[in-house]
Design a protein around this ligand. Sequence first.
Ligand code: ITT
Length: 203
Amino acid sequence: MIFRPNEIVLATANSHKVTEILNILETYYAKDLNIDIHPRPSDVGEIEETGNTFLANARIKASRIAQATNLPALADDSGLLVNSLGGLPGVNSSCYAGEHASDEENVEKLLSEMRDFQDRGASFITQALLVFPDGDELSATGEIKGQLLFYSKGQNGFGYDPVFKPDGYETTFAEMSPELKDSISHRKKAFIALFDQILSLEP
Ligand code: ITT
């Protein structure tokens, strides 16, 4: 039996993701959450993501932080899947242009790979995973479909946001306010689905 935790530690080192996750939780649960969320401990070094799936990589990150802290650890593994590229960059989204590539370098490589494709369909996926120190898990995924532009537009967000226009909207994620992105994103869908499960657990 899994009990509702009073404390959770984040397993992501990506400050943009941390900001979005905390904003989503504050917006949708506010004081009802009653769970202390701690940042990823700075003394845990880089965690190599050797999995072939978002779930496998989320498990590697969360298990490592749960073991290091003896607290339930929350991972976000996410990425962009592009139809014309057979699902790339996928699990390799953060290092598409090479290890430690910047967001700008990844976007530049994507636009270059996509220059001859008219099918611009793509989707963002987030795998949210909570791993307890004893190995129990709760998981949820979120997805948003959209279209890739031929050039970058907008200054907000991070990663591939400047080239991704979600279906049903006229602007890229990077042109939207953070509040609008966080109300429709893959990350919002995954984390609301996960925290609805967490909050339904017995205390
Ligand atoms: P952690 O592993 O420490 O959580 P990371 O940035 O390495 O941080 P991932 O391995 O999950 O995380 O890689 C996710 C990459 O996918 C991220 O670096 C972006 O390039 C892209 N990405 C994920 N969510 C995104 C979003 O909401 N907007 C734009 N790009 C996103």
